[in-house]
Write a protein that binds this ligand. Structure first.
Ligand SMILES: [Zn+2]
Ligand SMILES: [Zn+2]
Ligand SMILES: [Zn+2]
Length: 217
């Protein structure tokens, strides 16, 4: 019985020894850094603007028996995914009021892209004089915005200096008017007035004389 039992036990030992010799051969044959990696797994997800992280561990380097931590772990960044902006909305700026535009992120509604669009300012056309100034009254001029016809600006024009009007009148006088007859006309009017006064006086005196004659007789 002893002999029979011995033979298989020797065989087992030989096989076990061979396995033990093979095992370190395969393990030690790996060059340093040639690990047996797990697939990458996400540690935390990337957001629109912040990178995420993923890790993998080496099966060959094994785990710590007490903590369960893998002995060789590698991590790398998962690039930020960037915003998924929707369509722009908002209001256009006008001459005097700012506008704005904004859009929402499809990945996260808390992400709002908001821009102020500065007021454009008026685009004034040429001044048009609506009332010419005189020496006595101010004039007025008006201009209209090319962006919006309801934007109208009024402005006063200063009164003319008296000299300016005199000059204008002088220019008018230079224009040929009727010949210099008014003087003779005035003379004849004067003569007529004198004549009528003379006639009236003569009537009064003759009447007075007539009455005196009647009183005497
Ligand atoms: Zn390893
Ligand atoms: Zn986003
Ligand atoms: Zn305007």
């Amino acid at each position: 019985m002893k002999r029979i039992l011995c033979k298989p036990s020797v065989l087992v030992l030989v096989i076990a020894a061979l396995i033990l010799m093979m095992m370190p051969a395969t393990a030690l044959a790996r060059p340093n850094g040639n690990h047996n990696w797990s697939p990458w797994t996400e540690v935390f997800a990337p957001s629109c603007e912040v990178d995420g992280e993923e890790s993998r561990h080496c099966y060959s380097c094994g785990q710590d028996r007490r903590t369960g931590q893998w002995n060789t772990v590698e991590t790398q960044a998962i690039p930020a995914i960037g915003h998924a902006w929707g369509e722009w909305g908002g209001t256009e700026p006008t001459c005097e009021d700012d506008g704005y535009r904004e859009r929402l992120c499809g990945n996260n509604e808390a992400h709002l892209d908001h821009e102020v669009l500065p007021a454009l300012g008026h685009l004034w056309g040429e001044w048009v004089v609506t009332k010419e100034p005189t020496v006595d009254e101010k004039g007025e001029r008006v201009r209209v915005c090319d962006r919006d016809e309801t934007h109208i600006e009024f402005d006063e024009i200063d009164k003319l200096e008296p000299e300016e009007e005199e000059e204008e009148e002088a220019e008018k006088k230079k224009e040929p008017v009727s010949p210099v007859t008014p003087k003779t006309g005035d003379a004849t009017k004067l003569m007529g007035a004198f004549a009528s006064v003379f006639v009236a006086l003569s009537f009064v005196t003759t009447g007075f004389l007539a009455r005196r004659k009647k009183n005497k007789s």
